[in-house]
Design a protein around this ligand. Sequence first.
Ligand code: TXA
Ligand code: MG
Length: 341
Amino acid sequence: MKTIYWHVTEDDEQQIEAIREAAQLLIEGHTVAFPTETVYGLGADATNEHAVRKIFQAKGRPQDNPLIAHVATKKQLVDIVDNYKPYVDKLIDVFSPGPITYILPSNDTCAINVTAGLDTVGVRIPDHPVALQLLQEANVPVAAPSANLSGKPSPTTAKHVWDDLNGKIAGIVDGGLTGVGVESTVVDCTQDIPVILRPGGISQEELEQVVGPVNVDPALKDKQSKPKAPGMKYKHYTPEVPLLLIDGPIEKLNEIVAQAQQEGHRVAVLIKNDDIDKIQVDQYYPLGTSLQDIAKHLYDALRSFKREDTDIIICQTVPETGIGQAIMNRLKKAAHKIISP
Ligand code: TXA
Ligand code: MG
């Protein structure tokens, strides 16, 4: 299959035309990758079972893992769900459009392979001008997982999507680097108290400021429990080069780096900008300074080192506050080994 590539940067005629063409492909039952504020999504008409099947095929995604339906407005969200708890309106008013997905009772508008046969559906309104225009133009709910091959780090640039899916999907809308960098927070809103099933762009603290106490799926802490988001049980975000995660100070990282170098390994370090002067390596990726910067650059960092040049990526843990919860969730899943004090 030839994958069409549209480059959209400005709000001009060309951009409008590209988005129209992409929307047309979606309506005709094809798959199109597009930018959101979190990561790139691989979209298909969520009401069309046949179209949705193409997403699973292109990604090599397990069938039992449900997809998030993306919509442009609250009205379109309400149209695909059944009655929900009153706190959901508060969450929508404050956080949507934004990096949050609500798990709500489904009214079966979405195809059975979107929900993987569950009686709930994940819905989100992405906060990205290109995504919103595309959804408005297509005027159907668009099922979209992250636009990577299953198991790999999510894509934050159109190039990442191209590397994984060129020839397997109908089109890619290139809207540049995404903003948040980690996926949306998945919140189960079917209980009296909301439950975070996957930490993401909106933190637990932010949610609690709006609706009071929020629970966290026990499976996020304890490996014995079964996660309520089917996708959370799979190995994810695995970089091409093995990742070693260090829970300790920069001195500890340096010690491990030196040891690996002595053993003849070609080492790359993912490092905060303030610490660049403190390490001695040929290859490093500057992650920025804040937790927001780290979230934004993490997946590109994990994808940027190749087996030809690098044997091991080494990275320090981050504090699990705010978006740090999501970063650590992804780092732990991506890591081949974790060294604790
Ligand atoms: O930021 C994001 O959420 C990105 C962009 C493209 O929107 N999408 C994304 O989709 O990360 P995906 O498919 O990679 O992850 C969706 C997660 C999976 O862990 C899935 O199991 C869970 O949400 N999920 C979806 N529907 C669900 C449902 N009805 N009940 C429980 N978990 C659900
Ligand atoms: Mg994904």
